[in-house]
Design a protein around this ligand. Structure first.
Ligand SMILES: NC(=O)c1ccc[n+]([C@@H]2O[C@H](COP(=O)([O-])OP(=O)(O)OC[C@H]3O[C@@H](n4cnc5c(N)ncnc54)[C@H](O)[C@@H]3O)[C@@H](O)[C@H]2O)c1
Length: 349
């Protein structure tokens, strides 16, 4: 951005929910000060978390979101609480017409996702979802290669997030979720499938609960027919036992009439086109505040926040606007429907 120091070009950001994953958002917003972001308020209903974030990141802190919204002038609110609070919090920001980014998943149920989008629309409020996988450096590079036509129009893909990393340690509430792996991480991979292969006509899914301590499905194998005629397989599991665990990277293979793109562990991309292959080590950068292996996910948060700020300033919707994210959430719903009915399902959006 060119006018980094002009006050008019700066974006005053308030963040609600200073928990586990929000630490990445807080670091990213501070990091983006060079791009014009000013973290001016933080809020958590747990006073100790609000105070800790406020002190660490140098922002006034609040325990009541309403109070924060009514007392601080904000250009953007970043909601990083869990999904069950998004409907209520996004209504508070939309009513005040404050542009808002909501962490994924949008909400626990389809009707609440739609309600969040409709409330924002009613008030003319800008709304986006923090769907960060598509903003990971490696995934943006894959999209670039695809768009260059190197492998032609993609016809087949496998995208997989298979890990045995102890995700329950940082997010112990996972044990008790009613819907787990598809809604938590499958949603990211489904979003990538849309980005790379286009919209979807029908979805088939098989789920498994392989860890008996977990209430919901921890493994999902999804097959989709895209409107282009392409077919994709989307896999997600928290029960893979493998020596070289790729967490939190997405592995993928995309095939087209002229060649293929393969991304393997270490964010290594192999592109084959008309019989010739080249390899590229993409690699998410290790930022001052990121640590391996999470840096792959953490730097995507920074990229996502930057995208949000740039889209907002340009007066356009984010690539992952509320309406766009309904299309991804519709794939989640269709996958659960298919797993329950043992038949393929059509996405609702
Ligand atoms: N994009 C990713 O890669 C990624 C990774 C991990 C988590 N997440 C998402 O981040 C979100 C948060 O997950 P988490 O594990 O950090 O949860 P968490 O429970 O650690 O943090 C949530 C925080 O929100 C606070 N909170 C709840 N309601 C509030 C309210 N009304 N006002 C103010 N504060 C409130 C809680 O006190 C808590 O501190 C989830 O939606 C999760 O899916 C995304």
């Amino acid at each position: 951005m060119s006018e980094k120091t002009s006050p008019a070009s700066r974006t005053r950001v308030g963040l609600i929910g200073c928990g586990f994953y929000a630490q990445n958002h807080l670091h990213a917003w501070k990091d983006l000060a060079t791009e014009g972001a000013d973290l001016v308020a933080v809020c958590d209903r747990d006073e100790s978390k609000a105070r800790a974030a406020g002190e660490k990141f140098g922002a006034p802190w609040f325990t009541d979101a309403r109070k924060m919204l009514d007392s601080v002038a904000l250009d953007l609110v970043d909601i990083t609480t869990r999904m069950d609070t998004h409907l209520e919090l996004a209504a508070l920001t939309s009513e005040r017409r404050i542009p808002t980014v909501v962490q994924k998943p949008f909400a626990p149920e389809w009707k609440d996702c739609v309600a969040i989008v409709e409330t924002a629309k009613k008030h003319g409020a800008w709304l986006a979802v923090h769907e960060n996988f598509r903003f990971a450096t490696s995934m943006m590079r894959v999209k670039q290669v695809l768009d260059s036509g190197t492998i032609g129009e993609p016809t087949w893909a496998r995208l997989s997030f298979r890990t045995g990393f102890d995700v329950y340690k940082g997010q112990p509430y996972f044990y008790n979720e009613e819907r787990l792996v598809i809604l938590d991480v499958g949603i990211h991979v489904l979003d990538l499938a849309r980005v790379f292969m286009g919209e979807v006509e029908r979805v088939s899914c098989e789920t498994q609960r392989r860890n008996p301590k977990v209430r919901a499905e921890d493994t999902a194998t999804i097959m989709m027919r895209h409107t282009s005629g392409a077919v994709s397989i989307v896999e997600s599991t928290y029960e893979a036992k493998r020596s070289a665990d790729p967490f939190p990277e997405t592995m993928l293979e995309i095939e087209g009439p002229l060649g293929s793109i393969i991304v393997s562990k270490g964010e290594v991309m192999t592109v084959t086109t008309q019989g010739l292959s080249f390899e590229e080590k993409i690699g998410a950068p290790l930022l001052s505040w990121t640590t391996r292996p999470w840096h792959v996910s953490q730097e995507a948060v920074r990229n996502t926040n930057l995208h949000m700020m740039q889209a907002l300033r340009a007066g356009r919707p984010a690539d992952t606007s509320g309406e766009d994210n309904l299309k991804t959430y519709a794939l989640v719903e269709a996958a659960y429907e298919s797993a329950a009915t043992h038949a393929s399902a059509k996405p609702k959006a």
